[in-house]
Write a protein that binds this ligand. Structure first.
Ligand code: TXA
Ligand code: MG
Length: 359
């Protein structure tokens, strides 16, 4: 157990952050400290990406497995050419189309990155976030910033500074509170090191949007069948080391019910009744379209099934809310795995582990 340190909590305006506060936070990063900050996807926990011991501190603070590499955040596209050994044309086009924004490009790693960042791989994930606070902080630090999501390893990613505080208070130097993150799920991770770009993790930028700019792309098998990414099973190992861990998990077990929109709610009602009869407190993660169909249990509405981006925005906050409510089991309605819905279903399936029912 590491020693407790004092964690500063600094509110900042999300569009025009106070330069004095940003400079203080930037100085902490430059000197090897840890600062959590908002991005447009989720909150990140930053360290100077060029400082191995500082980056090692991120792994300690989160309890993160050492073999899971970090994304390096930059404030301008130019910085990529110092950090990557090669930048293919298609990567250039993707940066122009989607940066700043929720897209991480995995490129061959340049020299000079400590092994703590890449977990010893010969590639590096790079992203320019679309959040004024993140961009100002990276610029103030004057160095690229390695940052995973700012949660304890295994917990749902934080979409507010309060979530970060719950998980990391006493373990990091400062939290910049720039209000709730907008997208709500993490960036799309796209591996550009092979002949065809491969989506390793679906996120804010959809496969259709990527194809429109980069042509043919492939989905890693673990994107859809999260069981395929779970370590072992005789299948090939996941290309993104992070995908083999159970993730995004609230404390209560989560059962995901997937299938036709008319069949899912009745099955959730049955399950809710079953658990209620067994004396369990039931949480239901419902879509707005079907929320009225549930009469028992703690019902939280993430968003509208028809607009999966609205579900993404409130997904992790809802999972954390169930923990606060103290439910014993969570029953979640699946959405169509299309567009941003693919990212939502990827996260829900990982939170569920093997507790997935198809109806
Ligand atoms: O939206 C986001 O991406 C957020 C914000 C803070 O930017 N960050 C984030 O980081 O989600 P993290 O560490 O929670 O997830 C990074 C993912 C992991 O699945 C990791 O395995 C993968 O990216 N990754 C990073 N570098 C990689 C590499 N060189 N090759 C393959 N996968 C990589
Ligand atoms: Mg994470």
């Amino acid at each position: 157990m590491q020693k407790t340190r004092r964690t500063a909590f600094w509110p900042v305006d999300s569009r025009h952050p106070d330069p004095a506060v940003i400079n203080r936070a930037g100085l902490i990063l430059r000197r090897g400290g840890l600062v959590a900050f908002p991005t447009e996807t989720v909150y990140g926990l930053g360290a100077n990406a060029l400082d191995g011991p500082a980056v090692a501190g991120i792994f300690r603070a989160k309890g993160r497995p050492r073999d899971n590499p970090l994304i390096v955040h930059v404030a301008a596209q130019d910085a990529v050419y110092q950090l990557a050994a090669a930048v293919p044309d298609s990567a250039r086009r993707l940066m122009q189309a989607f940066w700043p924004g929720p897209l991480t490009l995995v490129l061959p790693a340049g020299p000079g990155l400590p092994p703590e960042v890449t977990a010893g791989l010969d590639s590096v994930g790079l992203r320019m976030p679309a959040h004024p606070v993140a961009l100002a902080l990276i610029s103030a630090a004057g160095v690229p910033v390695a940052a995973p999501s700012a949660n304890l390893s295994g917990r749902p990613s934080p979409t507010t500074a309060g979530h970060v505080w719950q998980d990391l208070r006493g373990r990091i130097d400062a939290v910049l509170d720039g209000g709730p993150a907008g997208v709500g799920v993490e960036s799309t991770v796209l591996d550009m090191t092979g002949p065809v770009p491969v989506v390793l993790r679906p996120g804010g930028v959809t496969p259709a949007e990527l194809t429109a700019v980069a042509g043919e792309i492939a989905l890693d098998p673990g994107v859809i069948d999260t069981g395929a990414a779970a370590a072992g099973g005789g299948r090939r190992p996941p290309r993104s080391p992070g995908m083999k861990y159970r993730h995004y998990a609230p404390r209560a077990p989560l059962i995901l019910v997937e299938g036709a929109p008319e069949r899912v709610p009745p099955r959730i009602r049955e399950l809710a009744e079953h658990y209620r009869a067994a004396g369990k407190r039931v949480g239901i993660l419902a879509c707005a379209e079907s929320a009225d169909l549930f009469s028992s249990g703690q019902v939280l509405v993430a968003g509208r099934r028809a607009e999966p981006a609205t579900v993404a925005a409130r997904l992790f906050a809802s999972l954390r809310r169930f923990d606060e409510l103290g439910v014993d089991v969570i029953l979640a309605e699946g959405v169509e795995p299309q567009g941003v819905g693919l990212a939502v279903m990827n996260r829900l399936r990982r939170a569920a582990g093997d507790r997935i029912e198809r109806v």
